[in-house]
Design a protein around this ligand. Structure first.
Ligand SMILES: NC(=O)C1=CN([C@@H]2O[C@H](COP(=O)(O)OP(=O)(O)OC[C@H]3O[C@@H](n4cnc5c(N)ncnc54)[C@H](OP(=O)(O)O)[C@@H]3O)[C@@H](O)[C@H]2O)C=CC1
Ligand SMILES: O=C(CO)COP(=O)(O)O
Length: 346
């Protein structure tokens, strides 16, 4: 039994805290929102983010970060990407010793182009953090919270920290693999949200399975192209954080990114879409970040560029689809295989 603090009481933080409670750990769930803490304590539910689920009796709720992390042996950070730096700054003031930091967030920061673990390492005092673990894979909170079989990857440059995370979370409905390719796992988890927005747009336009399969497959090609350039192992993308997370996010009504894309495809303006969602849609900021990265790295990412044009340049989804379909003819695998051959030569 370990003492663990989960920081972030949205749908994913709550679902991960429930898994840890099932594994008999002493779990504290922290929210930055005092009203939410009082409400969750009274209802023993998280009515805003996971309304149909009863919280385990053993789960303790906190709005005081210092109390939440007192004596804990691990921290699970599950706030939206835009809140990662702020939460790390708060942790610097109250954390007393170095303990494993595991994160479950999926995003890339615009301008810095940092992955979550890079933001954590930049923001936290060096004496408080070693190798961060990313816990990522095809996993909707709605399904994990009702104990449907789910598989994820715990990735860290430190194999020891990855195995620690596997031990902490793994049970008969939550299977955790380990990996040392944190670059690939974080990029796969974040970039699939862009493609999920595209899949939602495609469904919103009334297109069918052919279009969605094309988006998933060609989306995977451009994710692999950029990620390999950034140092990821290309094999990660035929795994849970690549094709796995693309499938789950592009084909499920649980996905907020798919749902937001679907509304955009039906013609709703972005501000109305975000108002209606009321939950984090990570793909929007990640599209901005990855469109910048692709230009900087000179990597061709036509689907990402198209989604950027719909969201930020007011192009219609139909214009973007026409553009994607009439691009210069090309060979399906030449571009990726060249990258892979180059990588394995070194
Ligand atoms: N939901 C899922 O199935 C999965 C989500 N993820 C990832 O997990 C991360 C969190 O997403 P998720 O839980 O779904 O998001 P939700 O939209 O369900 O909840 C977001 C939570 O973050 C809180 N929050 C907002 N701003 C801050 C802040 N500045 N400091 C602390 N907390 C803050 C919100 O509080 P408030 O209500 O006060 O705004 C809310 O509790 C994302 O990166 C997402 O991609 C990964 C895998 C699965
Ligand atoms: O990352 C997820 C599933 O693996 C959740 O995706 P959404 O943020 O689109 O809901």
């Amino acid at each position: 039994m370990k003492k663990v603090a989960v920081l972030g009481a949205g749908s994913w933080g709550t679902a991960l805290a429930m898994v840890l409670c099932d594994n008999q750990h002493d779990v504290r769930l922290w929210t930055h929102n005092s009203e939410q803490k009082i409400k969750m304590e009274k209802d023993r539910k998280n009515l805003k983010y996971l309304p149909n689920i009863d919280l385990p009796d053993s789960l303790r709720l906190f709005d005081d970060l210092a109390k939440a992390i007192e004596d804990v042996e691990a921290i699970v950070l599950v706030v939206p990407t835009k809140a990662i730096r702020e939460t790390c700054q708060k942790l610097n003031k109250v954390l007393k010793q170095k303990i494993p930091i595991i994160h479950g967030s999926k995003g890339i920061e615009p301008d810095s182009h940092f992955r979550i673990s890079e933001m954590i390492k930049e923001e936290m005092l060096p004496e408080l953090v070693d190798e961060v673990v990313a816990l990522s894979g095809p996993s909707h909170a709605e399904e994990v919270s009702v104990k449907h079989p789910t598989t994820l990857t715990a990735a860290s440059k430190s194999e020891r920290n990855a195995i620690f995370t596997q031990d902490l979370f793994m049970n008969d409905y939550f299977r955790v693999y380990t990996s040392t390719d944190i670059i690939g796992v974080e990029l796969g988890g974040a970039l699939k949200n862009i493609i999920a927005l595209g899949a939602g747009i495609s469904d919103g336009l009334g297109y069918g399975d052919n279009a969605k399969a094309a988006l998933i497959t060609r989306g995977l090609a451009e994710i692999t192209r950029l990620a390999t350039m950034k140092g990821a192992n290309p094999l990660t993308f035929i795994g849970l954080s690549g094709v796995g997370d693309l499938i789950v996010t592009c084909t499920s009504v649980h996905s907020r990114n798919w749902r937001a894309g679907n509304m955009l495809g039906k013609g709703l303006p972005l501000n109305e879409v975000l108002d209606q969602m009321g939950m984090i849609v990570e793909g929007i900021r990640t599209t901005e970040a990855v469109n910048q990265m692709a230009k900087q790295e000179k990597v061709e990412m036509p689907i990402t560029a198209g989604i950027y044009n719909v969201i930020f340049e007011k192009k219609t989804p139909k214009e973007v689809v026409d553009h994607l379909m009439t691009r210069n003819r090309t060979n399906e695998i030449d571009d990726i295989s060249t990258l892979l051959i180059d990588r394995f030569k070194h």
